[in-house]
Every structure is written in C-alpha cells, then in structure tokens.
Design a protein around this ligand. Structure first.
Ligand code: ADP
Length: 449
C-alpha cells in the first residue's frame, strides 16, 4: 500500500518550505536594499568631501594654490586636480582608475575600473574669465560582491538552523493542534474494535470545531453505550422474568399430561397456562416499550395537550369503585403542557392503577392537577399500604417490587421505572412521599412549555 504523508507531515513540510521561501526572499531584499543604501551613502560622502575641498583650491596668476586644509585623501575619497585642458596637475589617481574619464561639472557618475568600480564627482573652479582648474573626487565603490558574499555566508550558516527550527516548531505545533484529532481517532478505534465502550474523548468544552466534534463523538459513544447496555439489560431482564411463567406453564403442561383426567382438571390447567401466558405477553410488550424509550426509537410526539381534560377522562374511565375505593379529583381547569399525550396518559393511568392496587379497602384516591409557575403538577395520593422509607429509592428500578407486593404476585415491577423514564424524557421530575400503613403520594412535575 502506498504510504501517504500524515497531516502532521504535510503541515510541517508546508510550513518549512514557506519559511525557507520567506528567508530566501528576505535575503534577496537585504541584498537589494543594502546595495542601494551603500550607493546612496557613497554619493553623500563623495559630494560632501568634494564640496568641502572646493574653497581650498584656487588658481592665482596661473599658479595652483592649495590651502593647508586641503586633503588629497580623506573619507576614502581621492582628490585630483586637473588643468583646464584635462591634464592632471596634482593628486594621485587610485589604482586601476580609468584616467581618460571625461570631466563634467557637478555630475556624479559611476565609472567601471579595471579592478573595481568608482564614483566620480567633478567641479570646475573658475579663475578670472578664461582660466580655472577641475577638482575631481574619486571614491572606490564598496565591493558589492564581497558584501553579498558575506551576507550569503551568514545566511548559509543561519538558514539551516532556521529551517531546522521551523521544521521542529512546525511539527510540534501541528502535533499539538492535531492531538485532539489523534485522541478522537484512538478512542473511536478502541470502541469500534469493541474493546471498551466506556471510553470517552473528554476534551474540555470549547467553541472551536474540534471541541464540538469531540463532544459530538462523546455524545454518540454515550448513546452507543446506552444502546448496548439497554440491549444487555433487556436480554437479562426478559430472560429472568420470563423464566418463572415459562416454568409454570411447562409444569402445568406436564402435570396435565400425566395427571389430569377430567375436563375440569384440564380447564384448570389451561386457565393457569392462560394467566401465565397473559403475564408473559404483557411483560414482553412492556419490555419492548421500555427498550424503545431507552433507545430513543420511540420519539416523543409532543403537542400542546389539555392535561385537565386528559385527567378527567382517565378518572371517569378508571373510577370503577372496585374495592370500595373512591376517586376524588381536584383538577384545575385549562392546565396545558407540551407533552406526548399517549405517554403522559400512560403515566397518569399507571399511577392511578398503583394507587388502586396498593390502596386500602374502602379507601380513597385523590388526583390533583394544577400549575405551579412554569410547571404542570400532577399528584396521585392514596391511603393504602404505603412504602417503607428504605424502599422508596428502589421502587424506580426496573422489576423492583416491595417484598409484600412481589409475594402478592400483582404487577411486574415495571410501571414506575417506565413512568420515571417518560417524565425524564419530558424534562420533568417524579417523586414519592409515603408512610407505611398510611398511604403514598406520587408527584409528577412537567414543564408547561
Ligand atoms: P408493579 O406495580 O407492577 O409491581 P411498579 O413499578 O408500578 O410495579 O411499582 C413498583 C413497586 O412500588 C410495587 O411493587 C409496589 O411495591 C410499590 N408501589 C408502587 N406504587 C405504590 C403505591 N401507590 N403504594 C404503595 N406501594 C406502591
């Protein structure tokens, strides 16, 4: 397989090439600017020196006169004095200076010599109408090749270090910037290989793209873990809870095959089998509902719902008077909330069922519905057997039943856990207050909006 460059490698390469290019451009610029600056500086020195010497030269009665301040060589400038017709009168031309260079009054020029270049500036110093002398300043131009050489030498020493530094810095920066991505990749690999579903990337919260990506991944892993856990839980709960009715059915079948003789005995066996099968069927559908809620496949179909109306209808349907239990309602009119009506009616129905199941004979149930600030509050209160304090936390767990209720064989221990799940999905809360022997009150709070 063709091995490709990693993003880190590519970024480092790009960064290093960019740095090298920038350094080369800098070098070019330095050479250009330094050449210009050196030239300007040379022009200045030449001009100042020649002009400074102008008053020191004169021609008196045809004889050249130089003041004591006149310098033939100062500031690297050679001073030469020529006669009117161009004959050198005084001064020494620098070696390799082309002596035939034309004299031009007040003009600075660049003259190429045999062994280096020169800047030349001439002035005509008149004497009387006809006569005069030429003053010439010659400055050897700084050896630009030599300067370029030294700049090159400095660069050739510094540049490799600079590139190395750029490469190392670029690599470190790229590694640092990409570290979260590597972490995401590592965690995703571990999870996809099925090694550890509890692993999370866990980058600190931030607004940048990588933090958002990481938290989306973590969220996805969370859901994945939940889905696996829910599946595991479902399998273990289902097999555990189905074992009892299945065993009863099998026992009844073998008993009936061996011992039942009369139609009555067969009917009794079939009734037991029927009851257990009904229980199994209810159990399976409840478990499926809960798993759907767990997995979020049962999407909330929220709509603005008149909870007051829903509570009244449910109470009317359920007020069977069974066990002599009376159902009292204190329902505030027009309590609306944005909820999934199907699921919330199951919450109300289940709480009423429980209140009746665990209520006292000839007792009473009170259903209250009212708004409290931004909450719709539903209370279902009974005066039944109550729940011991140490059990009140546990009743929300799946399949948990208080010992007495389990022995009574009523229910599956799934109702409250489903109620809690539905309420939490709606962003609400559910709580119980209870005194054994005196009764229980379940309070559900749902956000109105
Ligand atoms: P189920 O009623 O099917 O057993 P639930 O999840 O609805 O399952 O309830 C769990 C347990 O909580 C019940 O077994 C019962 O012991 C207790 N419980 C629930 N509601 C009440 C109530 N109103 N009064 C007393 N105990 C209750």
């Amino acid at each position: 397989m063709r091995r490709r460059f990693s993003i880190k490698g590519k970024l480092t390469l790009w960064f290093t090439s960019f740095m090298a290019l920038t350094a080369a451009l800098c070098l070019g610029l330095i050479l250009l600017v330094s050449g210009r600056v050196a030239e300007k500086e040379a022009f200045n020195i030449l001009s100042l020196t020649v002009r400074g010497n102008l008053t020191e030269v004169s021609l008196e009665n045809g004889a050249l006169s130089l003041s004591p301040d006149f310098r033939f060589y100062t500031n690297d400038v050679y001073m030469l004095i020529y006669s009117k017709n161009g004959a050198l009168l005084s001064g020494q031309t620098p070696p390799s200076f082309p002596v035939e260079t034309e004299l031009e009054n007040g003009v600075t020029k660049f003259v190429a010599g045999g062994d280096g270049d020169f800047y030349v500036l001439d002035f005509w110093i008149p004497s009387g109408w006809e006569d005069g002398v030429w003053l010439r300043g010659v400055l050897r131009s700084a050896d630009s090749g030599q300067m370029a050489d030294s700049i090159f030498t400095i660069f050739s020493i510094v540049l490799p270090f600079l590139i190395l530094l750029a490469a190392a810095g670029g690599y470190l920066m790229a590694r640092r910037a990409l570290a979260p991505i590597s972490r995401i990749a590592d965690v995703a690999e571990t999870i996809s290989e099925g090694q550890d579903l509890t692993r999370r990337i866990g980058l600190p919260e931030g607004r940048d793209e990588v933090s958002r990506l990481s938290s989306s991944f973590d969220h996805m892993f969370e859901r994945l873990e939940q889905a696996f856990e829910a599946e595991k839980q479902f399998t273990s709960d289902a097999s555990h809870e189905l074992r009892t009715p299945t065993a009863v059915i099998l026992a009844q079948c073998s008993y009936a095959k061996k011992h039942a003789g009369t139609a009555e005995e067969y009917r009794e066996a079939i009734e037991v089998i029927d009851r257990q099968a009904q229980k199994m069927s209810l159990l399976i559908s409840r478990l499926l509902d809960m798993t759907r809620l767990d997995l979020g496949t049962q999407k909330l179909k929220k709509e603005r719902t008149n909870l007051s109306e829903m509570a009244r209808i449910l109470c009317e349907e359920q007020d069977s008077g069974e066990g002599g239990i009376s159902l009292e309602t204190q329902i505030q009119d027009g309590v609306f909330a944005g909820v999934d009506p199907f699921l919330i009616s199951r919450v109300m129905g289940n709480l009423l069922d429980n209140a009746r199941k665990y209520g006292r004979e000839n007792g009473r149930i009170i259903l209250r519905l009212y708004t409290d600030h931004s909450w719709a509050v539903l209370e279902v209160e009974d005066d039944g057997i109550g729940i011991p304090a140490e059990e009140q936390e546990k009743i929300w767990q799946r399949f948990y039943q208080v010992k007495t209720s389990r022995e009574a064989g009523s229910g599956l221990g799934l109702g409250l856990s489903m109620i809690r799940q539905i309420v939490l999905l709606h962003g609400g809360s559910v709580a119980v207050e209870s005194q054994p022997g005196q009764g229980s009150r379940f309070t559900v709070r749902l956000p109105v909006s």
